[in-house]
Design a binder for this molecule. Structure first.
Ligand SMILES: [Zn+2]
Length: 336
């Protein structure tokens, strides 16, 4: 029996068995990753669609995913990857240097691990980051934040940006709906990532489950830094909650008015015609980045009005990293 110290579940894994995430195995008393350096998908997205709004706006991101997750959100929209049997998922071997080469070939400016949890493929993620940095590409990930302090440290050191999905405000929510023990490690890690890497936070809203967490989450996040971008995501439940209603846009928008007292940048998306996608100067109200929704979680920035990361009218600083990046600006490598 060995203990896996990678995520906060700290699974006790018997010889020949897997941990909860399905990705770490006890092989002869050693913790080994199953399907090392394998991807389940590769996609080219705008960085805004991750979502990441305050890091090199407009840039082109190579998204990759593996399989497995250390939580089990009952409403998960990627459950086939997160909680499916690995044997049922087509996984393709793609060494870190080849993945970075794919980014070059597709004209990407950066690379992101998304769709399932990077914590369950930590060695691969770190190897990709090292390879990407060697060739000048930033790397980031979307995570549920449910990793140990040691893993959080490794993730922060390797990442140029991290978006943590904070799913609810209290332990009850984590036990009841995502099969975690407590929200405490997630909050601890958000605080740890702040200032160590570019940080954004996402909260999926599930009808009848966590609309009333909005105010408390905003107050807590604003206490860390009022400039942390917060993405409130209208989640259309799938998996074990596929019969649930969709969230009520108007009700959530009302809650966000109050949340705006605590945070400067609240975004609300995944529905047609959202007016909550653009960035405004918190000091003078000038619109600095205009974004339009493209349906689903697709978002495109259409104008950019910052000078050296500051508002050109009042000089207000927002914590936006990097300037505008033209979608077609990266030099592409010839395919071989
Ligand atoms: Zn301003």
């Amino acid at each position: 029996m060995i203990e896996c110290g990678i995520c906060e579940r700290r699974c006790q894994i018997a010889e020949g068995e897997y941990g909860y995430c399905n990705m770490y195995e006890n092989r002869g008393g050693r913790l080994e990753t199953r399907y090392p350096e394998h991807v389940s998908l590769l996609m080219v997205w705008r960085i805004e669609s991750l979502p990441v709004f305050h890091f090199y706006p407009g840039s082109r991101t190579l998204v990759f995913a593996t399989a497995g997750c250390n939580l089990d959100c009952h409403y998960c929209s990627n459950a086939y990857l997160a909680r499916g049997r690995l044997e049922d998922i087509y996984l393709m071997r793609l060494e870190p240097e080849k993945l970075v080469k794919r980014a070059r070939q597709t004209g990407c400016h950066n690379i992101a691990f998304a769709m399932n949890e990077p914590t369950v493929s930590i060695d691969y993620y770190l190897a990709v980051a090292e390879e990407a940095h060697a060739s000048g590409l930033p790397v980031g990930c979307l995570t549920n934040g449910y990793q140990t302090e040691a893993t959080a440290q490794r993730l922060a050191e390797a990442s140029d940006f991290i978006n943590v999905s904070v799913k609810g405000f209290d332990d009850h929510f984590y036990r009841e709906y995502v099969d975690g023990e407590s929200v405490a490690p997630v909050k601890r890690n958000v605080e740890y990532y702040h200032g160590r890497t570019h940080l954004e936070v996402t909260t999926p809203i599930i009808a009848g489950l966590n609309e009333d967490h909005i105010g408390r989450l905003a107050m807590w996040l604003g206490g860390i830094d009022t400039n942390i971008p917060w993405h409130v995501f209208r989640l259309l439940p799938e998996y074990k909650m596929a019969d649930r209603d969709y969230p009520d846009v108007r009700q959530i928008a009302n809650g966000l008015q109050e949340a705006g007292l605590f945070l400067n940048h609240i975004y609300f998306g995944n529905f047609a015609g959202s007016q909550w996608l653009s960035t405004y100067c918190p000091q003078c109200g000038r619109r600095l980045i205009e974004r339009v929704g493209l349906g689903g979680c697709g978002v495109k920035p259409v104008s950019f009005d910052l000078e050296d990361g500051a508002c050109p009218k009042c000089g207000g600083v927002l914590g936006i990293e990097g300037g505008w990046v033209d979608w077609d600006s990266a030099e592409t490598e010839e395919a071989v």
